[in-house]
Design a protein around this ligand. Structure first.
Ligand SMILES: Cc1cc2nc3c(=O)[nH]c(=O)nc-3n(C[C@H](O)[C@H](O)[C@H](O)COP(=O)(O)OP(=O)(O)OC[C@H]3O[C@@H](n4cnc5c(N)ncnc54)[C@H](O)[C@@H]3O)c2cc1C
Length: 435
């Protein structure tokens, strides 16, 4: 059996876990006493490489209800820009157009203007456009009005996570790949993590950054027992070459039900120039249910867990069920999915789309009353940190979130500080993250 002794174990090698490991190992005297544990053979194999790849401008986030996400997204932009430049990785400031299809949606755009400014966007970075102004910049888009934001960018988050991994290894942090944290026990001030592959990790501190599995890990440690999670698969369709010049910008539509995690699919331009339609948000039974086999296997355990935590109450929410069925329809029918984007890009034809994109799964937290929790949840208990509900714009905000968490772990005295080696001082970022 493999035995690992460390001071801090970070569970989860997605963007968040690697960013935390990056900051922590760059700021302490003994980075070799930090271990990043990842169940896959490589890091960022799940949501962190299966997303839309946008560095989101923070106009979409209510500065009160989503204050942590809003703050992290507003700091994330410059940080990813600096990091990408430093590593020679793409960071395309390509802007985004958020379109309103009727007057109700227009009032939502006005709200986004207010939120954007409250979240630190400059007046010249956000612009409300009427129909004729939109026609001048995007003649193929149909809408009544739109919000143009110039401070939105496209990146490859998978590549950024790999660069972070190289950095944290060069700082001296240990990496344990291909090990799934399975059992966790706590006695006399120390944790013991047993992995499904037979390793035992002794540690004084645990950071749970396990993405879609973070709720399961929290529950194993008797944390967040009043919460549960639901999983939604976001699917994409790749656009054919013939639509390459349809727009200059990525086009998003105002979400019809922003209180639910159902996204209305967008027209996306990726960092490498690929055009895609997506994502939708199809309810599935687990965080890795990319295909029907895995979804079926996850069904029974999820039903049992939902009964215990009270999450099953969601089935009494009629609006949720109706939205879920729309999403399911757009999973089963390509036409139904593409038609959602045709509402504002009428030239596209479902028959022209023949290849699916890479789906990613979001895990949304609900409370005991069956309501979705709007912001990320960071819970601290008995020398452990748990990051739950870490959804979009989680990739945008990963660096500032991680700096803040690393700083809190150092302040808790888990590891003695050393000379900072990262591109930023974690305590300065943590100061800016203060809400
Ligand atoms: C469809 C979709 C589109 C999105 N688009 C954007 C976007 O454009 N911009 C944006 O900012 N955000 C976006 N997001 C959100 C963003 O991708 C996530 O917030 C972010 O990637 C979460 O990172 P993470 O490290 O928390 O999770 P993950 O990337 O899921 O990483 C968690 C890791 O933990 C590992 N793990 C889990 N359990 C264990 C265990 N027991 N032991 C060891 N390892 C374990 C997993 O294998 C995984 O590698 C999108 C999300 C989705 C689903």
């Amino acid at each position: 059996m493999l035995h690992v002794d460390c001071k801090v174990a970070i569970i989860g090698g997605g963007l968040l876990g690697t960013s935390i490991a990056y900051f922590l190992s760059a700021h302490v005297k003994s980075p070799e006493s930090i271990v990043l544990v990842e169940q896959e053979k490589n890091i960022a194999q799940h949501t962190s490489s299966r997303n839309t790849g946008k560095v989101h401008a923070p106009f979409l986030y209510d500065p009160v209800k989503k204050k942590t996400f809003a703050k992290a997204a507003s700091l994330g932009y410059e940080m990813w820009q600096k990091y990408s430049d430093n590593k020679g990785l793409p960071f395309k400031r390509d802007g985004v157009l958020e379109v309103a299809l009727d007057d109700m949606e227009f009032s939502r755009l006005q709200k986004y203007m207010e939120w954007g400014e409250a979240n630190g966007l400059a007046k010249n970075e956000l612009q409300l456009l009427d129909k004729s102004e939109v026609a001048k910049i995007e003649p193929n888009v149909r809408c009544v009005s739109a919000l143009y934001c110039s401070k939105d960018a496209s990146v490859d988050y998978g590549a950024l996570a790999l660069a972070l991994m190289q950095d944290l290894q060069s700082f001296g942090c240990k990496l344990l790949l291909g090990h799934r944290a399975h059992q966790i026990s706590h006695s006399r001030g120390a944790y013991s993590i047993t992995t499904s592959q037979g390793a035992e990790i002794k540690t004084e501190y645990i950071i749970n950054a396990a993405g879609g599995s973070s709720m399961d890990i929290a529950h194993k440690m008797r944390v967040a027992e009043n919460y549960s999670d639901l999983h939604f698969r976001g699917e994409y369709w790749q656009a054919p070459q013939q639509y390459k010049d349809l727009t200059n910008l990525s086009i998003y539509s105002v979400p019809k039900h922003p209180e639910y995690p159902f996204l209305d699919p967008h027209w996306i331009i990726r960092a490498d120039g690929r055009r895609e339609v997506g994502p939708n948000a199809v309810p599935v039974f687990g965080p890795y249910a990319y295909g029907w086999r895995r979804n079926l296997a996850d069904m029974l355990p999820k039903m049992i867990e939902s009964t215990k935590t009270g999450a099953l109450r969601i089935v009494f929410d009629k609006q949720f069920l109706s939205l879920a069925s729309t999403e399911l329809k757009s999973s089963l029918s390509k036409t139904a999915m593409i038609n959602r984007v045709r509402e504002f890009l009428p030239q596209i034809r479902p028959s022209a789309f023949t290849k699916r994109g890479t789906a990613g799964i979001r895990s949304s937290v609900i409370d005991r009353t069956g309501k979705f929790v709007p912001d990320t949840l960071v819970l601290e208990r008995d020398s452990s940190f748990h990051v739950l509900n870490y959804n979009s714009p989680g990739a945008t905000g990963a660096l500032p979130m991680a700096a803040n968490i690393a700083n809190r772990v150092m302040e808790a005295g888990a590891l003695p500080p050393g000379l900072p080696r990262s591109l930023w001082d974690a305590s300065a970022i943590a100061e800016k993250m203060k809400l």
